[in-house]
Write a protein that binds this ligand. Structure first.
Ligand SMILES: Cc1cc2nc3c(=O)[nH]c(=O)nc-3n(C[C@H](O)[C@H](O)[C@H](O)COP(=O)(O)OP(=O)(O)OC[C@H]3O[C@@H](n4cnc5c(N)ncnc54)[C@H](O)[C@@H]3O)c2cc1C
Length: 413
């Protein structure tokens, strides 16, 4: 990285006085840095360029930048960039400054930076104080050293804590624990005025609830106190196939309604002839099972895969199969179309990584990703299936990407 001592003279949005701040040596206007910081996973929006990029080594660097901007008669845009896995330029800042949050991680020995710190308290139980720049995979690795782990996840772990808490952070655990934003006790946030404020549901609660799911618009998260629980060591991972959407969705809803000794994860996907059975979300089916499924798909054209997981460890290793059997009893999947795996907890949580690395090695990860997330009410899901999945997606035969369908409960959000 090369840091120039001069801001783009064609960019009047940021006055030269910024160079008199202590952070001036951490600001870059180098065209390579500008371009790199303006990329995201979506690869759809590419022309929104900042005037400069800040590589902070401590939280105070970000405070200095925001205070400077706030004191101007016309403040410039400041956007925190986590791991840049947004899909539509959410972490970009036209003519402003992008804060590369990962740079805090390069300075982890700086006492001001939080990293990942595990603690216990009689009121909260176990929790981790985690820097907003931390990747969830690193949170997992650090907390597992204590036999603990966060309870709510995303499917993919190479995302930052600040990035997912600015959205929601949803996955197959959401029905049980709520999204990641429902599993935060407290945060430190740099507000738009450049003040570092600690907030929780009881302290500065407007800021707390504004920032959680606030799309990076209400402040920059520098620390989040995350709920932890005892980590299991292994998981039973099961996929069941359906040829009837109504049976599939009813079974999903039934499974998330079991509260006592229920499942730990419920998701589901659409399967069509043109979609790859072992996609980048995880390779699961053996070659012989793939042949069997492909033949059923060529008959049905569209099928539905219900995916469930039950965690276990040494304590219930002898009873886990029986527990699982009870849970799937009465489900209406196609006979002969239940597939099982037994893997470590980390292998399961980090299931998308190997697919990512494979696509990267083939140059297929770095392509546009027009993704869409929708919450559809239960009352409309059959209509949605007929109008979107069948009438558009199946009939027009246009997409080969994964389509996930799984239920959650509003009570947990
Ligand atoms: C392969 C893949 C799988 C995914 N799977 C899931 C999934 O299962 N569930 C799910 O919920 N999401 C999923 N996502 C979406 C992902 O959670 C969001 O795109 C998330 O914002 C990405 O985090 P990031 O660190 O890359 O953030 P960025 O893209 O860098 O930033 C996202 C937003 O957060 C803001 N931001 C970043 N850091 C901070 C901070 N410290 N403080 C305040 N605001 C900040 C940015 O300004 C921007 O508005 C997935 C994305 C990918 C690429």
């Amino acid at each position: 990285m090369s840091i120039l001592g001069k801001l783009n003279p064609w960019n009047p949005s940021i006055p030269y006085e910024i160079l008199s701040l202590n952070i001036s040596s951490k600001l870059s206007t180098n065209s390579h840095d500008i371009k790199e910081s303006s990329k995201d996973f979506g690869k759809i929006i590419q022309e929104i360029l900042p005037a400069a990029v800040l590589y902070p080594s401590c939280v105070n660097d970000i405070i200095d930048l925001i205070q400077f901007s706030h004191d101007l008669s016309v403040p410039f845009h400041v956007a925190a960039k986590g791991h840049g896995h947004s899909i539509r330029g959410q972490a970009m800042a036209k003519n402003g400054v992008i804060v590369e949050m990962s740079s805090l991680n390069n300075n982890i020995n700086n006492n001001e930076n939080c990293g990942v710190r595990v603690s216990w308290d009689s009121g909260l139980g176990f929790y981790a104080d985690v820097g907003g720049e931390q990747l969830w995979i690193d949170v997992l690795r650090s907390t597992l050293e204590y036999g603990l782990a966060p309870v709510s996840w995303t499917d993919y772990l190479y995302l930052t804590v600040g990035g997912t808490l600015s959205n929601a952070g949803i996955s197959g655990q959401t029905f049980r624990y709520g999204p990641q934003i429902s599993n935060v006790h407290e945060m430190d946030v740099i507000t738009g005025k450049g003040e570092l404020v600690t907030c929780s549901k009881d302290m500065n609660s407007e800021l707390f609830f504004g920032v959680l799911g606030g799309l990076g618009q209400f402040g920059i998260i520098t620390r989040a106190r995350i709920v932890l629980d005892k980590a299991p060591t292994r998981v039973k991972w099961v996929r069941m196939l359906y040829d009837d959407f109504s049976k599939f969705t009813k079974d999903q809803e039934h499974l998330i309604s079991i509260h006592h000794n229920g499942l730990d994860y419920v998701e589901g996907t659409l399967m069509m002839e043109q979609s790859s059975l072992n996609n980048w979300r995880s390779s699961f089916f053996s070659p012989s099972n793939q042949t069997k499924i492909a033949s059923s798909l060529s008959k049905n054209k569209i099928m539905y895969c219900l995916e469930i997981v039950k965690y276990y460890d040494d304590q219930n290793a002898n009873t886990i199969d029986e527990e699982l059997k009870k849970l799937v009893k009465g489900l209406k999947y196609l006979g002969g179309f239940m597939f099982k795996k037994d893997v470590s907890f980390v292998e399961f949580l980090n299931r998308v990584r190997s697919g990512e690395l494979e696509l990267q090695s083939k140059g297929k990860w770095d392509v546009p990703h027009p993704w869409l997330n929708l919450f559809v009410p239960k009352s409309s899901i059959m209509h949605f299936h007929a109008a979107v999945f069948v009438d558009i997606i199946l009939r027009q035969n246009k997409t080969t990407g994964p389509i996930l369908v799984y239920p959650t409960s509003r009570k947990r959000v």
